[in-house]
Design a protein around this ligand. Structure first.
Ligand code: SF4
Length: 221
């Protein structure tokens, strides 16, 4: 069973799929502990906070409420909501707490493309055709290490940056793998001007790409 915090249709605002209409499935649970996390309401899984699956598609505000769902029930919900997007982003929380093969396989069979957004600290269980975005979370409070297997599996590595040390950390991670086939993005943390300028400078220096969380500039989910 997947624990679903919310499901909604929007425009992907980050990384390679920026601008692509997408259905977001936000799964509940994350032990990584990033201080600046903007989805802290997904961290805990409290069995007293279970709601019907349909209610996860009509949340008006962030909450720790979640629903238990099979892959089939999630697909039925997507159909019943009448969403038009054909790209599904599975995020969290930390979606790789779950085996994502059943959900992604079913969505692929139904003509959707899939994408996972993960911290890279848990093994990625997903089909080969799923696009994997690793946003590596290094030395966070939860004490989890970024896995080399996750970096190797990533199609894109999207690194949150605010200061020089984040660039050094990224370079250390990239040294572990062959990056020739990977897209590397820098994403300024919290749209801060200093972080954005650093990201621009480093993208030019290393021939990386800039990801600016377009949805936050637009004021949409
Ligand atoms: S990995 Fe993601 S959901 Fe988990 S604490 Fe960090 S930013 Fe938040």
């Amino acid at each position: 069973m997947y624990k679903v915090n919310e499901i909604f249709e929007t425009i992907q605002g980050e990384g390679s799929f920026t601008g692509c209409p997408a259905i977001f499935i936000r799964l509940q649970g994350c032990p990584v502990g990033c201080a600046w996390c903007d989805t802290k309401h997904t961290w805990e899984v409290d069995p007293n906070l279970v709601i019907p699956l349909g209610d996860t598609a009509s949340k008006k505000a962030d909450s720790e409420l979640y629903a238990n769902s099979t892959a089939a029930a999630l697909y039925e919900l997507i159909v019943s909501r009448g969403y038009r997007a054909k790209h599904v982003v599975i995020t969290g929380g930390e979606p790789c707490l779950y085996d994502l093969n059943p959900l992604c396989d079913l969505l692929h069979q139904q003509g959707y493309s899939t994408q996972i957004e993960t911290s890279g600290t848990f093994e990625i269980l997903a089909p080969a055709k799923t696009w994997v975005t690793v946003s590596p979370k290094i030395n966070m409070k939860g004490g989890y290490q970024v896995l080399t297997s996750a970096l190797e599996r990533a199609n894109e590595i999207k690194h949150p940056v605010a200061m020089e040390k984040h660039i050094d950390e990224l370079l250390e991670l990239l040294n572990r793998i062959d990056v020739s086939e990977k897209l590397i993005y820098l994403q300024p943390i919290s749209q801060k001007a200093k972080a954005t300028q650093l990201a621009i400078d480093m993208c030019k220096q290393h021939n990386w790409r800039l990801s600016v969380q377009v949805h936050k500039y637009l004021g949409i989910n």
